[in-house]
Design a protein around this ligand. Sequence first.
Ligand SMILES: [Ca+2]
Ligand SMILES: [Ca+2]
Length: 202
Amino acid sequence: MNTPLIHVFSLALLTATASAATIWTETSNGDLSSNEAAPTSLVVVLGSNIISGNVNGTTDARDYVTFTILPGQSLGAIQLLDYDDLNTGAAGDGNTGFSAINLGATSFIPSAGTVGSFLGANHLTSGQIGENILAGLGSAGLGAAGFAGGTLGPGTYSFLVQQTGPQLTGYSVNLVVVPEPSALLLSCMGLGMGMGLRRRRR
Ligand SMILES: [Ca+2]
Ligand SMILES: [Ca+2]
């Protein structure tokens, strides 16, 4: 790969990852829906889309969101930015949580009878902080359908975080939306062709 093309790729990736926005924080926006039939609808954009909230098995066992990945884009990662399952600031002193994702604008209460309706499901622990949990959702099994490649293409999805224990459990996740590889390549080819044309005109 020659140097100009590297710059074109870098420019495209920078454009794709430059935006970083908190799209919902429960401290100011209120509790995310606890109703599997009516997840909180959020608009995600190319780049970072951060959600912060808390759950507890006594009054708020689940937080559901739904969002749409547009054509030409994919959900490239779900980064676990923070997870504290006893609200003490110490890692691993509480109860393991759970997260899951499914296709569609409505979801399900996770159970042995419904887990097959999820694309991905996995436990959620403080040991995953800083990691991309999306790939694990697709491959963890637990009865979910699973998905290959660790990313999810265009479509409407619902995602949930669950804590069935009484502990107040804080979490923050970043839904990272990226161009689909084919769209990124076409974009780079277009930019490269444009640069070539400009050079020839000089
Ligand atoms: Ca909540
Ligand atoms: Ca909730």
